[in-house]
Design a protein around this ligand. Structure first.
Ligand SMILES: O=C(O)c1cc(C(=O)O)c2c(n1)C(=O)C(=O)c1cc(C(=O)O)[nH]c1-2
Length: 360
């Protein structure tokens, strides 16, 4: 933990920045590295994830929420004066609550229960990805071991969270029928707590980062923290979107849910991952409907209209190509990023699989 963390945008001349310049440099780090830019969050907000993928996000993020007060207690223990401790301890109260059933952790549990999880399963943290645990634990260690200035500066990602929270809540409510306002109640309080906390931390950093070295250390700490958040989404994307490689012991769709939670895929339906070779089941075929001037998918007693994207994908579904190979082919045809296409078509193919007009 002693190696200097790379500090981005370090001024060539290494001159002392004014407090306003320092703030601008910190905001610039967020503009380039905050997790609102991660493809997983874009898919989450745009309604492009399956219910199981949203579940994976809620489950893993619980560990972050649960460890935040542990991190803040570590920081609190290092604060030398009562006035600072009085302010910082509010963060612990916000997350732990004042009594049983109160506080942010409890509200996150409600969110996880809202998407179908059994409370005890979430509390056990059994199914979370190792990478989630590693990055969250790295944050706690960082705050315990680095200078107080770096510890406080690492919380400055909260300067950027109100924007992403508004975007997330609006997007999820609009795009997922299984998400309600009550499920997302966690975020209501964050909209006032985060700016209050960030204002205090920013003021502290601007007043205490009084040399070029200290200013670079503060920027390095914020960069580190952006990476803590980014890495968690990388791990979710890799395990549950593409290539869909869920590590041993991590949560598998279907596990840890309350008994009566509807399975995300139709009973007997498949969950396709990138390596799977999709095909149309017997009796299902794509046809061009002359009368309606569009392609449709014909299944026994059902017909599905297809948009141009679905047609382009289904033309390549031949029982030979894997999802990855289909994405690569489309990426060549449309000169686009194969990984982005792969994530998009996995969502689409799983939707068809849930309707039982696609199998692997
Ligand atoms: O929803 C989000 O995107 C988001 C981001 C962050 C953040 O930027 O660190 C926090 C939170 N939420 C949050 O809910 C929270 O309690 C929190 C505490 C902290 C921190 O570093 O002390 N960050 C965040």
């Amino acid at each position: 933990m002693n190696a200097a963390f790379p500090t981005p945008g370090a001024d060539e001349t290494q001159r002392l920045l004014s407090p306003e310049e320092l703030e601008a440099a910190l905001r610039d780090i967020g503009a380039r590295r905050y997790h609102n830019l991660h493809p997983f969050h874009r898919l989450l907000h745009d309604g492009k994830l399956s219910k199981d993928q949203v579940r994976a996000w809620a489950l893993n993020r619980y560990y972050y929420q649960a460890m935040i007060p542990v991190k803040d207690a570590a920081l609190l223990a290092r604060l030398p004066d009562a006035a600072l401790r009085r302010v910082w301890r509010q963060r612990i109260v916000d997350h732990d609550g004042d009594h049983e059933g109160d506080g942010g952790i409890e509200r996150w549990l409600k969110l996880a229960e809202g998407v179908g999880f059994a409370r005890d399963y979430v509390l056990s943290t059994k199914g979370i990805l190792s990478a989630t645990r590693f990055s969250v634990d790295a944050y706690v260690h960082f705050v315990s071991e680095r200078s107080l200035l770096e510890a406080i500066a690492s919380s400055l990602t909260e300067m950027f969270s109100p924007t992403i929270i508004s975007e997330r809540v609006a997007g999820m409510l609009k795009n997922y029928d299984f998400i309600t306002k009550e499920t997302l109640a966690y975020f209501d309080k964050r909209l006032t707590q985060a700016p209050r906390d960030a204002d205090f931390a920013l003021d502290y950093v601007k007043r205490h980062a009084t040399t070029p070295e200290l200013q670079r250390a503060a920027m390095g700490a914020l960069t580190f923290k952006c990476n803590v958040l980014w890495t968690q989404l990388d791990a979710l994307y890799f395990a549950y979107v593409a290539p869909g490689m869920i590590p041993p012991d991590a949560w598998q769709p279907g596990e840890g849910l309350v008994q009566d939670a509807a399975p995300a895929s139709a009973p007997g339906g498949v969950k396709l991952v990138a390596a799977d070779v999709p095909r149309l089941p017997r009796g299902v075929r794509m046809r061009f409907d002359q009368a309606r001037d569009k392609h449709v998918l014909l299944a026994p007693e059902r017909t599905f209209d297809l948009d141009d994207n679905a047609v382009a994908v289904l033309q390549l579904v031949d029982g030979q190509r894997s999802v990855t190979q289909i994405a690569e082919q489309l990426a060549q045809t449309y000169a686009a990023d194969a990984r982005v296409i792969e994530a998009d078509i996995l969502v689409m193919l799983n939707d068809l699989a849930e309707k039982r007009v696609l199998e692997r």
